[in-house]
Write a protein that binds this ligand. Structure first.
Ligand code: NAD
Length: 456
């Protein structure tokens, strides 16, 4: 197993010079990153095509354009975000002023997954730089071309003692986790999230864990069926379902089930063609192992649409399975592919019960025009984030911190949330020396009585 002592020691030394805390230095680093991404747009698109057969449209919207937007937003607001924040001071502290300083942790480790291999490595990097940290990125080994391009971009932009990329698989990740970082930002699966947290615990290193899980999507009897079908098909089949916040399974109200499914079939054809496997732009499954895992679900329940797969191209058709129960294999774990199982319900209580029996999801989607139903679901279920009458779209708002809860993760990022994640909030009281209020001292006359006037 490799040893990464020296790179981390170099980064710690560089961090101690204080250069990375200088706001102008951070802004310049972010500007450089933005220009480099723009200059590498085509190379990145080609790499994403090679690794996952992502179309240029998908590569731009969900990876390149996404991080450019994150950069634009961060560049625009950074100066105001990093200002020490003056807060109120209570009467007991009269004479003093109170501030919160956002300070970088130091050297951050960012471990990224393969499904959005560029975006999920670069978006946290933006937060790490914006907050004034140094950083080591470990991109996914399952998307080697994109990881290579990412490594080259970063290598050409920054000195190693500031930001560096370490390529490798599980062993590399484990070796990095054996080192003492000041912050660990991990995106990936729940089981590996536990490994990361265990490693972090040894050094009491703070973590953000962006994990996964089974995200429910509920379509109630009064939903706008046509829009629901379109927004769900898009959210589920983009990136061939390999999206952490894709609707994992559907809960359909019995009264609209047939109408919805018919509409869903038509919409899917409109979006991806009659023969999606011949659509050169349909994303493929990342590896043979994941392809085999997904194909093993195709006989669960009853096949309503799709069901074909191409082993050579590692593609699976958008598929819907009906008559599925919580006992079926497809319902035991996050699906992470273009297969959508359907559960039915009569009363909303059945839905809530079903969801409550399982770990807190990363996302939840509810389609209904009824405000009471919306509130009931939002109040009853704890989930990372989600949408009413849409899917996945909350992810792209810089005003909505993105993250999980419980099994689906710890912490959040995007927009201001990104810099907050990579910063410690240091509280400071600036006291006056012009006078000294005596109440706190033990020798004050009638001290207890007086202090009770303030502390009650
Ligand atoms: P993964 O957990 O297998 O791997 C993620 C990273 O961890 C990779 O860089 C990998 O090299 C490393 N890794 C793998 N096993 C390790 C181990 N034993 N010890 C240390 N490091 C290890 O995840 P994945 O398959 O790349 O990605 C899919 C998962 O990620 C899904 O569960 C998905 O829901 C989740 N995900 C979450 C988000 C989010 O933002 N919450 C985004 C994308 C993906």
């Amino acid at each position: 197993m490799d040893n990464y002592d020296s790179i981390i020691a170099q980064q710690k030394a560089f961090f101690r010079t204080g250069m990375t805390k200088d706001v102008s230095y951070r802004l310049e680093a972010l500007h450089k990153l933005r220009n480099a991404i723009k200059n590498h747009e085509q190379v990145l698109m080609d790499a994403l095509r090679t690794d996952l057969n992502k179309s240029e449209f998908d590569a731009y919207t969900s990876e390149i354009g996404f991080v450019l937007e994150e950069l634009r937003f961060t560049l625009k607001h950074l100066r105001s975000w990093v200002m020490p924040k003056k807060v109120k001071t209570p009467l007991t502290h009269i004479g003093s002023r109170s501030y919160i300083y956002s300070e970088p942790y130091g050297v951050a480790l960012i471990i990224a997954p393969w499904n959005y291999p560029f975006q999920l490595a670069i978006a946290p990097l933006i937060g790490a730089i914006a907050a004034g940290n140094c950083g080591v990125i470990k991109p996914s080994e399952l998307t080697p071309k994109t990881s290579e391009v990412l490594g080259k971009i970063i290598h050409d932009l920054y000195p190693e003692e500031y930001i560096s990329v370490v390529q490798g698989g599980v062993e590399t990740s484990q070796a990095l986790l054996n080192e003492k970082f000041d912050y660990i930002f991990f995106t990936g699966s729940v089981p590996v999230g536990k490994v990361v947290m265990e490693a972090a615990a040894k050094n009491l290193t703070p973590v953000t864990l962006e994990l996964g899980g089974k995200s429910p999507c509920i379509v109630h009897e009064d939903a706008n069926i046509k829009l629901a079908a379109k927004r769900i098909a898009w959210g589920k089949f983009t990136n061939a379902g390999q999206t952490c916040i894709a609707p994992d399974y559907l809960y359909l109200h019995k009264s609209i089930k047939d109408q919805f499914l018919q509409q869903f079939k038509e919409t899917t054809i409109e979006l991806y063609g009659v023969q999606p496997l011949n659509n050169g732009d349909f994303t493929r499954i990342v590896s043979d192992r994941h392809f085999q895992r997904l194909c093993s679900f195709l006989d669960n329940g009853e096949l309503y649409m799709g069901g074909s797969a191409n082993q050579e191209k590692l593609t699976i058709e958008p598929t819907v399975l009906t008559n599925v129960t919580w006992e079926d294999p497809i319902m035991q774990d996050e699906i992470f592919g273009p297969i959508l199982p359907v559960l039915e319900y009569d009363a909303l209580s059945e839905v809530l019960e079903g969801i409550h029996r399982h770990p807190k999801p990363l996302a939840l989607y509810i389609f209904t025009e009824n405000n009471t139903i919306q509130q009931e679901v939002l109040n009853s279920v704890s989930f990372g984030g989600g949408c009413v009458n849409d899917t996945v779209y909350h992810f792209a708002s810089p005003y909505l911190p993105f993250g999980g809860v419980g099994n689906s993760g710890i912490g959040a990022y995007h927009g201001k949330g990104n810099i907050d994640t990579f910063s410690h909030q240091k509280s400071v009281l600036k006291q006056t020396t012009l006078f000294d209020i005596p109440f706190r001292y033990p020798n004050v006359k009638n001290g207890l009585k007086k202090i009770k006037l303030f502390m009650k």
